[in-house]
Design a protein. Structure first.
Length: 139
């Protein structure tokens, strides 16, 4: 691995496998990436500082002939027509029901607030009534 000082700094790798290990695309996409790359004539493999993609350069430099993004591969062969290969994505885990998600977010964001009801006063002696609603002094 080496770092080049260009317009956007790049980290060069000795192989596509080393770059894939660093970039960590979705596991489901690895067989497709390897299959597409097998058919390309590239010499240099790099990841730019932005870490947005893996670039594959042909011998002699120039523009990369392929960019590997997490969701697709952009192919730009020299003297050829550009094309794109969509990559398989991991299956999304089931999201909780909206009410559950909202409740869990509320529980995580703030502690539960205890609201106390105003005590009810006896009309005759103005003391606080017990839960039964009957005054111990007047009734």
């Amino acid at each position: 691995m080496s770092i080049s000082a260009e317009i956007e700094p790049r980290t060069y790798f000795s192989s596509l496998e080393n770059a894939l290990g660093d970039f960590q695309p979705p596991y489901e996409a690895l067989p497709v990436i390897r299959d597409v790359a097998r058919g390309l004539d590239y010499t240099h493999v790099f990841i730019p500082e932005s870490r947005a993609h893996i670039g594959l350069e042909a011998a002699g430099g120039g523009e990369p002939i392929a960019y590997i993004f997490p969701g697709f591969i952009a192919l730009h062969p020299r003297g050829g027509v550009s094309s794109f290969v969509e990559l398989p994505q991991p299956l999304a885990e089931e999201a909780p029901a909206p009410a559950t998600a909202k409740a869990s977010r509320a529980a995580e964001s703030s502690p539960a607030k205890v609201v106390q009801a105003e005590p009810v006063a006896c009309a005759g002696c103005f003391t606080a009534l017990p839960a039964s609603g009957r005054c111990d002094y007047c009734d």
